[in-house]
Each structure stands twice: as structure tokens, then as C-alpha cells.
Ligand binder design. Structure first.
Ligand code: ADP
Ligand code: MG
Length: 214
């Protein structure tokens, strides 16, 4: 594969969707072909899985069912969007990827899924493939949730299944992302997301240039 795969991670409201678009515009200005994707829900099948995952009662799935749904969506995203684009020399930026599953399912829920189970699922679905760069946007969940709630007021479908969890969950989630970054410093970079949109964009560009040499 010749393109680069960048993933943006972090809790709700940290600015992933906003920064994804700005990073894409920057890369395009450098004559790089960019494909944007997201998890869950980048494909027709994935959209159905997303609806199941982000709406309704917070306890409607047990841990394993939920992981399997995320991994089914991930497999669709990889096979239909990510891998074909990388083969065509394009750069792919994904709004969330496997670190979100680990952060939510393992750290967020106080290790309710066995770590090895998550690793095995990843291996089945993606093999040895991993992002070239993962940017973790770090923010106090109180601030992130406030931003995210304001945004959801204007959305047609309320994706509030995770937002409705206790703050403790969101604090665990944040710590989870930081743990992942500590474990894989070659792949992950943590950036403080509690800054204005332009400043954050500047830091992201600096990181991408440093790590991937645009
Ligand atoms: N750096 C920022 N400062 C203040 N508000 C922001 C910032 N980045 C994004 N927002 C706003 O916060 C909300 C959530 O941002 P979004 O990019 O959708 O986050 P995410 O995709 O991580 O949930 C949006 O309404 C967005 O306009
Ligand atoms: Mg978003």
C-alpha cells in the first residue's frame, strides 16, 4: 500500500470532525489525494450498524455483541473504503478507528471486555495493518460534552447513546486514549484539543509534517 492512513481519535466534542475537514483541505493544497472516512458508518452496511450502535438504550447490547458490531463495521470500512484508496496512492483520514473501540469498550467500561479478545478481533479483521499516524485530541470531557451537546441539539437523529453515560465513563475514556498513546508512541501523538480551532489545526499540521513528511 502506498498511501498513508491517519486516524483521529478522542472523546465526543474534542473536534475530530472539524479537524478532519481542515486537515483534508491542507493535504489537498499539497496536491495529495485525500479520502475521508469515519467509524462507524462509512459504508451503506456500516450506516445500518451505526444506527444500531449510537441510538437507543445504553445497555441494549452486551460487551461482546457491541464489539462484534463495531468490528463488522470496521471490516466494511477497511475493505470498501480504506484499503482500495491506499492502493491508489491516496491518503485516508478516518474519524475514529480501532483505538476508539479499545478506549470505550475496555477503558470506558472498566475493562468489561478482555483485552486479548479485542486484540484477537483486530487481528481477524485487519491483520497486521495499522494507521501510519494516530492523532489523539485530548480534552477535559466536561468541555467536550458541552460542545457535543450543543451540536446535537441541531441534529435530526440524536446520537446520544454514549453521551448519556456518567461522567466517570468519559473520564475513563480519556485516560484510556492516553494509555494507548503511551503504549504506542511511534504511532500515536496526543494533542491538547482545548484550544481554538485554528491553533489546533496548526498543531495537527505540524504533527503530520513531522511524522509523515508532507
Ligand atoms: N477548538 C474548538 N473550540 C470550540 N468549539 C469547537 C472546537 N472544535 C470544534 N468545536 C465545536 O464543537 C462541536 C463538536 O466538534 P466536532 O468537530 O464535531 O467534535 P467531534 O467530532 O470530536 O465530536 C462542534 O459544534 C464544533 O463546531
Ligand atoms: Mg464527530
Amino acid at each position: 500500500m502506498f498511501g498513508k492512513f491517519i486516524t483521529l481519535e478522542g472523546g465526543d466534542g474534542c473536534g475530530k470532525s472539524t479537524q478532519l475537514k481542515l486537515l483534508a483541505e491542507y493535504l489537498q493544497s499539497k496536491n495529495i489525494d485525500v479520502v475521508l472516512t469515519k467509524e462507524p458508518g462509512s459504508t451503506d452496511e456500516g450506516k445500518i450498524l451505526r444506527e444500531l450502535l449510537v441510538t437507543g438504550d445504553k445497555d441494549k447490547f452486551d460487551a461482546i455483541s457491541e464489539c462484534l458490531l463495531y468490528y463488522a463495521d470496521r471490516r466494511c470500512n477497511l475493505k470498501k473504503v480504506v484499503w482500495p484508496a491506499l492502493k491508489e496512492n491516496k491518503w485516508v483520514i478516518s474519524d475514529r478507528y480501532a483505538d476508539s473501540t479499545e478506549a470505550y469498550q475496555y477503558y470506558g467500561y472498566n475493562k468489561r471486555v478482555d483485552f486479548q479478545t479485542l486484540k484477537s478481533l483486530y487481528k481477524i479483521v485487519a491483520g497486521d495493518f495499522k494507521p501510519d499516524l494516530t492523532i489523539i485530541l485530548d480534552i477535559d470531557p466536561e468541555i467536550g460534552m458541552r460542545r457535543s451537546f450543543a451540536k446535537s441539539q441541531s441534529m435530526e437523529v440524536k446520537e446520544l447513546r454514549f453521551e448519556s453515560r456518567q461522567m466517570e465513563f468519559h473520564h475513563n475514556l480519556r485516560q484510556g486514549f492516553l494509555e494507548i498513546a503511551k503504549r504506542e508512541p511511534d504511532r500515536c501523538v496526543v494533542i491538547n484539543a482545548n484550544t481554538d480551532i485554528e491553533t489546533l489545526h496548526k498543531h495537527i499540521i505540524e504533527t503530520v509534517n513531522e511524522r509523515l513528511g508532507v
